[in-house]
Design a protein around this ligand. Structure first.
Ligand code: ASP
Ligand code: MG
Length: 429
């Protein structure tokens, strides 16, 4: 087969697929099979198992405030290890393979350590390595800052994004993302044993699911794929099952496992906290002042609810959710601004969870909200906040009610299957 006829694919393997030497050899055989089937193969690899967490813990044993630049130098070594080991495993099987760091692979980023964004990919070196007949292995989740030339990381879970970005830059036919489940499910199979696997899902629905806590794909990877039109194929590295395609237009009449499903999936998120600012004077500019304090602290908010003011006091409550990691900073900033803004008190609660139902079908089917809330009521679950988009309804509930809420919604929308979903390994991280 001439090189111009060859298909080109990017394969990404997550940490649970390369947790130990045996797993790395298994992945090597899988990569080789793709090469032998006539593909040019670029592999993007995550760090082995929990390596990134372990390196992070190690840094915190040295200092409570590691410099962001040094943390990136440290964390990027996790992916270098697995990339080099996979190259060795492939060479051992007789297949020429070379590993590259993100920087060597031309992943150019912004300078924000720990959360850099890809601004360009210059894949010249990868391209010539492929042309020379190598299997190319790239360390995921990292790049090099254009301005400072320092090594950066792209945020937790971002090897997915490296893979999609390389697929776009190399004009690959598909970006295969391998993890420890068979594909995208209607809910986390660790919570709902009867969750079903989808054969296809649209970028829009996958974006909402990823933004609402589904860990199967990194949010930015889906954004990137939608923008660049990269087809993502989510598969298990532990089985040969067909997986799930994430693409542009999905014809739900044909192809989807559940032809008449209005809802494609239920996502949940336990990583948020809720802050209530109580006794807020009800006059123009006060909400702006509160969220200005939060924005100044560089914190993103998710849902916001403001109550009608009490007639007696003319004061109201504003409640919002944010990442639990930003909780302490936000509380400190609000306490500092209490006198200036003139509210009565501020309360913090991180024993909450968000449950979201997502589906393009809700655009054309009335009553989805009613069915969702009825299912929660029948399970005796109290809703504390609500937000919606065109294709999503999210509620905040007590942390202890999250599993029950996911299961109740899954059943209410007819998504339960009588077959048990398989979870092969890992923690779903
Ligand atoms: N190893 C990194 C993490 O654990 C990146 C990734 O796995 O995608 O977040
Ligand atoms: Mg991941």
């Amino acid at each position: 087969m001439s090189q111009s006829e060859q298909r080109r694919i990017v394969q990404k393997f997550g940490g649970s697929s390369v947790a130990d030497a045996e797993s790395i050899k298994r992945v090597a055989r899988r990569v080789l099979a793709a090469r032998d089937a006539g593909n040019q193969v670029v592999v993007v690899i995550s760090a082995m198992g929990d390596t990134t967490d372990d390196l992070m813990d190690l840094a915190l044993e040295i200092t409570q405030e590691p410099q962001a630049r040094e943390l990136d130098m440290l964390l990027t070594t996790g992916e270098r290890q697995s990339a080099a080991l996979l190259a060795m495993a492939l060479n051992d099987l007789g297949a020429p393979a070379l590993s590259y760091t993100g920087s060597q692979a031309g992943v150019i980023t912004t300078p924000q350590h720990g959360n850099a964004r890809i601004i360009d990919i210059t894949p010249g070196r990868i391209e010539s390595s492929l042309q020379a007949g190598n299997i190319v292995i790239v360390a995921g989740f990292q790049g090099v800052a254009q301005a400072t030339k320092d090594v950066t990381t792209l945020g937790r879970g971002a090897s997915d994004t490296t893979a999609v970005a390389l697929a776009a830059a190399l004009g690959a036919d598909v970006c295969e993302i391998y993890s420890d489940v068979d594909g995208v499910f209607t809910a986390d199979p660790r919570i709902v044993p009867g969750a079903r696997q989808l054969t296809k899902i649209s970028y829009d629905e996958m974006l909402e699911l990823a933004a609402c806590g589904a860990k199967i794909l990194h949010l930015r990877c889906v954004e990137y794929a939608r923008r660049e039109g990269v087809t993502i194929h989510v598969r298990s590295s532990f089985s040969d099952k067909p997986g799930t395609l994430v693409t542009g237009l999905v014809n739900y009449e044909e192809g989807n496992v559940m032809e008449d499903a209005i809802i494609s999936g239920i996502a949940h998120d336990r990583s948020e906290a809720k802050i209530t600012v109580a006794g807020v004077p009800d006059r123009p500019g006060v909400a702006a002042a509160i969220f200005d304090v939060i924005a100044e602290a560089d914190i993103n908010v998710d849902m916001i609810v403001q109550n009608v003011s009490e007639i007696a006091t003319g004061a109201t409550d504003i409640t919002f959710t944010l990442s639990m990691n930003d909780g302490a900073t936000a509380m400190a900033a609000l306490h500092n601004a209490k006198e200036a803004i003139g509210f009565a008190e501020v309360r913090y609660d991180d024993k909450i969870g968000k449950v979201s139902v997502v589906g393009v079908g809700m655009r054309t089917h009335p009553g989805v909200t009613a069915s969702f809330f009825k299912a929660l009521a029948e399970a005796d679950i109290n809703i504390s906040m609500i937000s919606t988009s065109e294709i999503r309804i999210s509620v905040v509930v007590d942390a202890a009610d999250v599993d029950a809420a996911v299961q109740a919604a899954h059943t209410a929308f007819g998504l339960d299957s009588d077959q048990e979903a398989v979870v092969y390994a890992g923690t779903g991280r």
